[in-house]
Ligand binder design. Structure first.
Ligand code: NBP
Length: 478
């Protein structure tokens, strides 16, 4: 019998997805550039299902039923192009190449257009959940043509995570839509991680709690509205003790956060689209600050408030921080969904935010009870009546009302203590900017008109105006 699907690229992600497919009863043809990976997979896991090991791309193509489905799981970038160039000439019109790597969506758009000319469906699929997700059920965000989804969807939905029996996989939209939303997913992940880290830092410095005690605090938080994978693993990391020194693990790890680039991409694209994803941006910048060891060493002598004494803040601080974290998280997710709406409009994808929240409920790194609330916010009425921002959906507006007192106290207290909380602060500033009756943008327009005759609009009547700043300062209508 011929294989239903092929997987090329059998490093950890590809091997685990191939095993996941085989465990679900699908015959999987497997291939890797260096044959040792194919061999190892068959030797160690061949008993899990029906695999067809293939030594060459030609073998893989010959092993597949038609139309062929080939999942590419190689290092994103040049390797993906190399693999596409190897396989495309061997394929026939109607066949499908699926890129499950972390490609930039603009690369996916380029590849999709080029392959479409050759009659081949190219599907850029975001896959989240890391190695474990790939094996046990990831969240999958496929883009590409509706026709390709009809042929691929059932297989992908089969291996995806399930929440309440609903698969965490849906057709996101044409060409680069899947990789775009995966990119924003990762950006939101950056913001969420930064906010949790700030909460930890504030509690540790403000309340003087130990990592072990903080592990309990996060475990407790994980039983409420913050319940999520990231809060859960935060508790696990804080509980960990270094075997070599007996010290808390979090105290022996170098405090320089690294990044692979999807957070940076999210911010770069948000700048192009003009969408303020300040929570994600601060998270990317905070990692950059942490990584600049030399500058940090030189700056250590700069003055700050006297060192916060343990227990300097009152009893209610932990609950305040929890509420501030929840409010800031709502803002970060709202901004991410705004970026998706803007990207969808720019590229004509018609991404359904409710369906997206649904596939993020399980399998992926940002999975959380909270995603159910986002899903409800977007699926409550007609899509045309969806809230302009998640902040305006009744559930979230209410949550922010409840949290805002605590949120303001925490941001003020962080400033007093000298503990950096860029994520909390920017989220609150965004919230206050949105609700402001008047913004100082009017003054900026005045400055622009003064030095560059950039003109301005008036709040009280239509038209475009300029003041003769270097003349008699009368106003003219342009
Ligand atoms: P890697 O990103 O480490 O890539 C290794 C694979 O790429 C190997 O199979 C390697 O073949 C193959 N490869 C390379 Br490198 N250059 C090649 C070329 N020119 N031609 C053919 N094959 C080539 O693997 P991974 O960590 O499993 O990730 C795979 C993809 O999934 C990446 O795009 C990654 O960003 C994405 N992703 C990863 C995670 C995660 O948690 N790791 C999560 C979600 C998505 P070889 O064995 O012959 O060297």
């Amino acid at each position: 019998t011929q294989a239903r699907i092929g997987v090329t690229g059998l490093a950890v992600m590809g091997a685990n997805l191939a095993r996941n497919l085989a465990r679900h009863g699908h015959t999987v043809a497997v291939h890797n550039r260096s044959q040792h990976r194919t061999k190892t997979l068959i030797e160690e896991y061949g008993h899990e299902g029906a695999f067809v090991p293939c030594e060459t791309p030609e073998h893989l193509v010959a092993a597949l039923e038609r139309p062929r489905r080939i999942l590419i799981m190689v290092k994103a970038g040049a390797a993906t192009d190399a693999v596409i160039e190897e396989f495309a000439p061997l394929l026939e019109p109607g066949d499908m190449l699926v890129d499950g790597g972390n490609a930039h969506f603009l690369d996916t758009r380029r590849r999709e257009a080029a392959l479409r000319e050759r009659g081949i469906h190219f599907v850029g699929a975001g896959v989240s959940g890391g190695e474990e997700g790939a094996l046990l059920g990831p969240s999958i965000m496929p883009g590409g043509s509706a026709e390709s989804y009809a042929a691929l969807g059932p297989l992908l939905e089969d291996i995806a995570a399930k929440v309440d029996g609903v698969p965490c996989c849906t057709h996101i939209g044409p060409d680069g839509a899947g990789h775009f939303v995966k990119m924003v997913h990762n950006g939101i992940e950056y913001a969420d991680m930064q906010l949790i880290a700030e909460a930890y830092d504030l509690l540790r410095q403000g309340l003087g709690l130990s990592p072990a005690e903080l592990a309990e605090v996060f475990a407790e938080w994980n039983r409420g509205e913050l319940s999520s994978y990231l809060i859960e693993i935060t508790s696990e990391v804080l509980r960990q003790v270094d075997a070599a020194t007996g010290r808390p693990f979090v105290d022996i790890v170098a405090d320089r956060a690294e990044q692979k680039g999807t957070g940076r991409w999210t911010v770069q694209i948000a700048l192009d689209l003009g969408v303020p994803v300040s929570g994600i941006a601060e998270a990317v910048f905070a990692r950059a600050v942490s990584g600049d060891a030399e500058l940090r060493r030189a700056a250590r002598a700069l003055p700050g408030p006297s060192a916060p004494t343990a227990g300097a803040v009152g009893e209610g601080f932990a609950e305040d921080v929890r509420r501030a974290l929840y409010a800031s998280k709502i803002v970060a997710y709202a901004q991410g969904f705004d970026q998706i709406r803007a990207g969808s409009a720019e590229y004509g994808w018609d991404v359904d935010p409710g369906a997206l929240a649904t596939v993020w409920r399980g399998g992926c790194i940002i999975r959380a009870v909270f995603l159910d609330r986002i899903r409800e916010a977007y699926t409550a009425g007609q899509r045309s009546s969806a809230p302009a921002s998640l902040l305006l959906a009744p559930y979230f507006a209410e949550a922010l009302t409840v949290a805002q007192g605590a949120w303001r106290r925490v941001v003020a207290r962080a400033a007093e203590l000298g503990v950096p909380a860029p994520g909390f602060s920017t989220a609150l500033a965004y919230y206050d900017a949105l609700r402001a009756e008047r913004l100082p943008a009017a003054l900026i327009q005045g400055q622009r008109d003064f030095f560059g005759a950039h003109t301005y609009r008036r709040a009280d009547r239509e038209g475009v105006f300029h003041t003769l700043w270097s003349g008699d300062r009368t106003e003219i209508e342009t």
